[in-house]
Design a protein around this ligand. Structure first.
Ligand code: 3HC
Ligand code: NAI
Length: 691
């Protein structure tokens, strides 16, 4: 083996040169790999009759090394590496196995033939990171698989397997074996002519105006907020022209994307998803969880049961009476039938679940064999404490008792058992079988083994677990409580719920805050406000609109009426809410004024960022990136803005303060918001320092 860089080596076997890529864990292609491939191709070209290229570990190449984005790029660049493979005087064959994504696929399609192994996972995920395929993907893709198929892959970021890659024409063969052995075998075939080879750049692209117009329109309609998808369509449109010119324009488009703040936000989100798994516990081993008990089969209990069943766990669910058991079973069956329809569960697996993997019960005694029981009963401290006490008497020694409380004190709840070290908060989000976030709420006595078990369970359920300390509302609901107040202040000052919702949706949120409140149920927040009333600081500005809506019996979607009215069609504004708003403004002596969308976004985002910073400062979140992950994966924060603290960093704290001052209000509580940011500016402390 001759090494050409720390991550690339080559060997010569008879007439064949084999290039081995080795940058664990996923062969991200950074400078070292680029240089290594470039030098290896140069060295082998004159010496052999064909070259095979493969990955030494579980991937061919997972893509360009995204940690290098935004930094100066050392040569050779990815397009130069691809050109070297394409223009090599002898045939080059890529073995596509495991993750072969983005730049990895671009390297493969620059080779002169491709063989896939069955474990292939390929596609152009660049769009999900705010960039475009920048090493020839938009130019070679259409030459190999046509304009429409390239548009589909590159604008969706969809990942496909070996069979689909073969049927599209992205690969020439599918075979089995070790990557090195397959590389050798097919390079030999390339020499003998048994495997045809050709330069992708020399293929003529079939024009497809219809597909281009269709995708351009679709991107305008569905991705209006994003930068990269439109550039992708523009670059693919150039593929019918001169190859070199197309490559130059693609490169320019790639750099424009890299320079966009959206790219930074999306890559922050990518790393946030992975960073939260890094928790400060090293030596604890997660308990093996085979069965889960659930107390309460309402909205959350049914969703949690569904999530556990979809992950193959056995589930016992306890309710108060048979009717409630039947209701839970019906809700869970409906969820599972949906999963079957979407291909997420087989008919056989569903039959297994209904024939024994899932049971309902009225007895606590049925939890004697379960490893972990999650309570999801009413949000009431006394009710939950009583449930935990009962569980403590039946759950086996060492078994874990978890609470799905939204706001209540996990430490206090733990004290109602004889095993506070085995008690933890597992805060799921609704619908629990869909939402990816799980806050793992770590109490003062929770044992490390219990914490790592919570994280392992999340992984099994394909959820993103984030460590949270104990406080009122943990990370997410604590921030929500804060931003909700600011949203209320804005409607008191002159905005309407619809305007606030629209402005924040335009900013990129999946839903506006008032629509979210209607969806979650206005009664939950109402109960929390009543609980907090005795300790609310008297100087805090308090808005009664939400309480008055609840007093009327309108709890949002579940009652058909809240901030909006829900019927068969789209929700419409609730005129009674306007009446309540006007009365409350008049009671408070407020003359409403017009708020711009910019004011709404600035006040909302600043409130969110400031409470997020406090959550970190209080030690409730481990790092700022954990708070960003909670908002991204649990609260619909726009991914391309990266999370509230990333956003604050991007805009700059000084700019945020300057903007907020334009919208001065007399509200004392509200003014705490810039105060905290001001302290940070004075100390020259920016949020990124916490990362
Ligand atoms: N660059 C740098 N690091 C990367 C990386 C990349 N492209 N892809 C993965 N990593 C890192 C992860 O951050 C993680 O690091 P950590 O262990 O320090 O947390 C480690 O590799 C392992 O990754 P995962 O935990 O995600 O491992 P999985 O096995 O769950 O998933 C994967 C593997 C499917 C490859 C997944 O990591 C993935 O989807 N990666 C991103 C792929 C991608 O988007 N590629 C395109 C990049 S952009 C590009 O190529 C531009 C080009 O057109 C010029
Ligand atoms: P829900 O009212 O839909 O369901 C609660 C269920 O618990 C009812 O079916 C009730 O019969 C059952 N129950 C009450 N006492 C019981 C007992 N002793 N034994 C067995 N069953 C009992 O409430 P929801 O919305 O499911 O909330 C449950 C918990 O989850 C609450 O703590 C809530 O704060 C929390 N939560 C709610 C979210 C939401 O969006 N709804 C999101 C995240 C957490």
């Amino acid at each position: 083996m001759t090494t050409t860089s720390e991550t690339v080596s080559y060997e010569i076997v008879d007439d064949v040169g084999l290039i081995c890529l080795n940058n664990p864990p996923v062969n991200a292609c950074g400078y070292s790999m680029r240089r290594g491939i470039f030098e290896a191709v140069k060295a082998l070209g004159p010496k052999v009759q064909a070259i095979g290229i493969y990955g030494a570990n579980r991937a061919f190449i997972a893509g360009a090394d995204i940690t290098e984005f935004g930094k100066p790029i050392a040569e050779p660049t990815m397009p130069e590496v691809c050109l070297a493979l394409e223009n090599c005087p002898v045939p080059t064959v890529a073995v596509m196995h495991g993750p072969t994504l983005g730049g990895g696929l671009e390297v493969a399609i620059a080779a002169q033939a491709r063989v896939a192994l069955p474990n292939l996972l390929t596609g152009f995920p660049e769009v999900t990171l705010g960039v475009l395929p920048g090493s020839g993907g938009t130019q070679r893709g259409p030459r190999l698989i046509g304009i429409r198929a390239t548009l589909d892959l590159a604008t969706s970021g969809r990942r496909i397997g070996a069979d689909e890659a073969l049927s599209l024409g992205l690969v020439d063969r599918i075979d089995e074996g070790e990557p090195r052995e397959v590389a050798l075998r097919f390079a030999e075939d390339a020499i003998s002519g048994a495997l045809a080879t050709r330069r992708t750049a020399e293929i003529t692209v079939q024009a497809d105006r219809t597909a281009l117009t269709e995708y351009a329109n679709r991107m305008r309609k569905t991705q209006a907020n994003l930068f990269a998808p439109h550039r992708i369509v523009e670059c693919i449109a150039l593929s019918t022209g001169d190859f070199t010119e197309g490559m130059d324009r693609e490169r320019q488009g790639f750099f424009d994307c890299v320079a966009s703040p959206q790219r930074a936000g999306l890559i922050h989100a990518f790393f946030a998803e992975r960073a939260v798994a890094k928790i400060p516990i090293e030596d604890a081993i997660p308990r093996d969880i085979g069965s889960v008990g659930i107390v309460g089969g309402g909205t959350m209990g049914s969703g949690i049961a569904t999530a556990c069943l979809l992950a193959g766990l056995d589930v016992v669910l306890k309710e108060q009476h048979q009717r409630a058991c039947d209701r839970a079973l019906a809700a869970i069956s409906k969820n599972l039938a949906g999963a079957v329809k979407r291909g997420k569960l087989t008919e056989d697996a569903l039959a297994n679940i209904l024939n024994g993997k899932f049971k309902t019960t009225l007895e606590y005694a049925d939890f004697s064999e379960t490893d972990l029981v999650i309570e999801a009963v009413f949000e009431d401290l006394a009710v939950k404490a009583q449930v935990l006490q009962q569980l403590d008497t039946v759950v086996k020694l060492g078994g874990i008792i978890a609470t799905n409380t939204s706001y209540l004190d996990v430490d206090e709840l733990a004290q109602s058992t004889s095993r506070p070290d085995r008690v933890i908060g597992l805060h799921f989000f609704s619908p629990a079988h869909v939402m990816r976030l799980l806050e793992v709420v770590v109490g003062e006595n929770t044992a490390p083994e219990v914490v790592v078990t919570g994280f392992a369970l999340a992984k099994r359920l394909k959820k993103i677990a984030v460590w949270s300390g104990v406080c009122d509302g943990f990370i997410g609901n604590r921030i929500l409580n804060h931003t909700r107040k600011v949203a209320d202040y804005m409607i008191m000052d002159g905005a309407t719920p619809t305007q606030v919702d629209r402005a924040l949706k335009d900013f990129g949120f999946a839903m506006g805050p008032f629509s979210v409140l209607d969806l979650a149920g206005l009664d939950i927040g109402w109960a929390a406000r009543k609980r907090r009333a005795p300790t609310r600081p008297p100087e805090e500005r308090y808005v009664e609109i939400a309480d008055r809506i609840c007093e009327a019996g309108w709890f949002g979607r579940k009652t058909g009426r809240g901030y909006y009215i829900y019927g068969d069609g789209d929700p419409v504004e609730n005129p009674d809410v306007f009446r309540i708003i006007e009365e409350e403004r008049s009671n408070a002596g407020i003359a409403p004024r017009k708020l711009s969308d910019e004011e709404i976004v600035t006040r909302y985002l600043t409130a969110m960022a400031s409470e997020a910073a406090r959550v970190v400062a209080d030690g409730v979140a481990l790092r700022p990136i954990d708070v960003d992950a909670v908002e991204l994966f649990g609260y619909g924060f726009p991914r391309h803005h990266g999370g509230p603290l990333h956003y604050a960093d991007q805009v700059g704290i000084k700019t945020l303060i300057a903007r907020i001052e334009e919208f001065a209000t007399e509200d004392a509580y509200y003014w705490q918001v810039p105060e905290l940011l001001r302290d940070m500016v004075e100390q020259d402390q920016v949020f990124a320092d916490f990362n």
